[in-house]
Design a protein. Sequence first.
Length: 367
Amino acid sequence: MRVLVAGGGTAGHVFPAIALAHELASAGHEVRFAGTSAGQEGRLVRDAGFELAIVEARPLERAFSLRALAAPLAAVRSVKACRPLVEAAEIVVGMGGYVSVPVVLAALRSRCPVVLHEQNAVPGLANRTFARPARVVALAFAEARRALPRRARTVLTGNPVRTDILAVAADRERLAKEARTEFDLDEGKRTVVVFGGSQGALHVNRAIAETMRTLDRSDLQVLLLAGPAHVETVRASLPSSVSVAIRVLGFLERMELAYAVADVVIARAGATTVAEIAVCGLPSLLIPYPYATGGHQEANARALQRAGAATMLLDDEVDGGVLTDRIAWLLADDDRLRSMGDRARAWARPDAASSLARTVVEAGGGS
């Protein structure tokens, strides 16, 4: 079956699409991607060994402007340009976001079957718009069903996770040893891994720097993935003498090393982050990005919190003192940490890529 996967933007959007593509390709299906030249799909998709067709797509304009006035004409041009891509495919998979819009529209106009994948607990505008005409909407969170049209057909598949991350559960000890060597970490200390997505999170970085001034724990070490643009600023803001060892990096390609060495994760609550933390069976403190569309990161975090797998702080609650207290609370009870990790593992869907691939093949009439 010839499958066209449409989506992109951040690494968090691209990684699930690549995980799906590998699953489909391993079953003998032909997979091609459609994305923009501006998103991270340009590098990540090609590095994964798949062809990427560049399409014109832009975020939906939510305020009046000259750009908003020109948007309909640009959209018509983009949909028309996508027609040859769609006509060469037997099914289109829309991974959500504005990048998928012209491709999905072209597919619907060409009567090509469409499967949508919704990564978040609150569906985005593109997926809400196309849910009814799509063959099926695959969900990562059961909670997302409530926001979709009643007649939309849905299936709960989970959010596909990279095979490198899936390997952590079975190979944690070896990967943790490699991580300690790579990042100069102490085997005898507990490790808190902090990150804010592929671009980092400035507010979280600042709060961690403040925490280093007050957290008096010589048995603790922190691995902070600050984001490429923030590394030097964070390093300069750290106090010269701290009791907690801290390593500050930019973007880490091999996230499996960070997950393997972590005892606790502090992170934003993007869909891919939440899926990866859960599949690795890690307790977490989630700090949702406050400006995520529709509050979807808060909804993602609350889903894990309800499952007993995570604790949560809203962004405006976070400062050095609050973070110090919450870290101390998390590490004070080993049984609680184990329970949170177990509940994360129980909530996770490590078979999400294969489940979504089956859904795509069935919707396309294949086997």
